[in-house]
Design a protein around this ligand. Sequence first.
Ligand code: PRP
Ligand code: URA
Length: 210
Amino acid sequence: MEFKKLYILDHPLIQQKMFYLRNKHTSNLNFRAILNEISELMVYEITRNMAVCPREVETPLEKATGYILAKPVTLIPILRAGLGMSDGILRLIPHARVGHLGLYRDKKTLMPVEYYLKFPGDLAKAEIFIIDPMLATAGSAAAAVDCVKKRGGLSITFVCLVAAPEGVRYLQEKHPELPIYTAALDRELNDHKYIMPGLGDAGDRIFGTE
Ligand code: PRP
Ligand code: URA
């Protein structure tokens, strides 16, 4: 496998939901619902290596040792499209804090432009998941990871739904230690740096803009 830290979550249920998500006839309403369902299904795997610590608990019968997460969880959706994944993830990690990072890809230069940032404090102690459905050139993802690291983030995972090989290569060059989880690794980028076959413009399909 060319990509050491890339994990493709191709569970049959995820594959079937991706089939509906890619379909250009899927409505905005269904697109949003399915995106959240896939994100929720991915949580089990993306959190698999999180540390836990022992805590004493009293059952109705006796004392026992239970386990709780060792670190607080922080989700960082990249606006706008990353917002489409956050509800699904929060369903399973309802106590997670949420930071927002506004980035858009400039239509001409294709470089990410930052327009909003609000993170919870003490990123250094958090288990951080940066989420965005699309990893195309990875300009946005690499900038997001830079930004989180600059503000103290240490334990960072990137989660997307569709990745292009070009983007995975670039992100791993820039941040070799970063685990990347995706539901699908697609063929390539086209001349406009859209993922092929992909699912189109994720932000537009979530929010009904065009
Ligand atoms: C999309 C997508 C990623 C980015 C991926 O956002 O949600 O953030 O493009 O492309 P890249 O890997 O080449 O950087 P977009 O810029 O369209 O903004 P939006 O979410 O506001 O629609
Ligand atoms: N952004 C998207 O929403 N889709 C792509 O294919 C590439 C970037």
